[in-house]
Design a protein around this ligand. Sequence first.
Ligand code: ADP
Ligand code: ZN
Length: 423
Amino acid sequence: METLERPALEALQLQRLQDTVRRVERVPFYRKKFLATGLKAEDIQCADDLRRLPFTTAADLRENYPDGLLAVSRDEVLRLHTSSGTTGKPKALFFSRRDLDNAAELLARAFCMTGVTRSDVFQNMMSYGLFTGGLMMHYGAEKIGCLVIPSGPGTSERQLMLMQDFRTTVVHITPSYCFYFADFLEKKGINPRKDLALRKAFVGAEPYTEETCRKIEAALGVDVYNSYGLTEMNGPGVAFECEHKSGLHLWEDNFVLEVIHPITGEPVKDGETGELVLTSINREAMPLLRYRTRDLTSIIPGTCPCGRTHRRIHRITGRSDDMLIVRGVNIFPQQIERVLMALPQIGRNYVIQLDGLDDLTVTVELSPSAFDGEVGHLAQLQNQIAEKLRAELWVRPKVDLVAAGSLPVAEGKARRVIDKRSI
Ligand code: ADP
Ligand code: ZN
């Protein structure tokens, strides 16, 4: 399936898309939308007909909470997950037995693709429960035959004990927790390269830059693979980096991929950044048509040297609703992260705060070795960072430097932006 020739892959997509449209005709929400436009399942005859289908948004999911978008009877449902609610109330997603099998299959592909085998020991440090990062990844690893340690987020002390006692080789972790954990190891005097068996980390659930990825690799002595997914589309396993790490292969036998202009809704060209829109074409319980993920990415043109035919997307650069407008300028938090993480004097954590009318303050931790006791040097560094940020953003922020480890670390997803503006 991973190397299926494009024409066969596209034919499979079309057939699954048609099945999906027929399936959602049972859902009142979609039936109403189809009636309004006069669309019938038979009208979907080629890939371009996809664009005749309505978009589905996060608001639609919330308005139809708890089960208004369910396409099967409640008896056929085996599991419920909700999104972590980073941007509001949770969205409820249902899975049938076949849906869960498929979700595990996609993750098993990801494990294989990154060279994980049944001899590996996989410690899943993501939260179990309603969040998909726990259970979904867990079953993917079991499918491969790894020894799975369902540690959940737990304390660093316990994570380390498990890692040492059972010789963990692969972890699944958020980028913000990676740094926190690396600091913890440092304080304990543990050198991950020598003292641990760790080889790989699957890092996802939050956007992070290439620079952050390199910092994580250096701090933990692991090979980092970017793992992308969202609850609405099974959770993790939608797109994953292969051994070439030149973008994330998106499993097109399960999802139809579009990248659109977030305002006009028109497709953008390959290589151009826009909003990722996904249609789940291999779901029974709750397929979604043209779901607006709000995640920003681009389709990477050309083929990957690994031979997989499923197209690749660029790492997510942010969410369209993450964009901050500061003094009339559009700013994405990822732009700030990119500048900060490229500086050796900068540590691992940062917070962006907006106050008053439009005052932007970036608070960053210094790297433990950056401060030589000279206050003058600190002021110089502060100025240097503010200038670099001004060159990138066209707005000069106030920069606050704080000691390593002094900013709060979230157990789940990091909250980087605090907007306290009065307008
Ligand atoms: P919530 O939308 O409440 O955070 P989810 O837990 O379903 O709910 O999170 C999915 C979202 O997490 C994605 O839409 C995306 O914004 C973000 N995300 C997941 N994996 C990655 C990744 N590898 N890179 C960037 N962002 C990611
Ligand atoms: Zn590849």
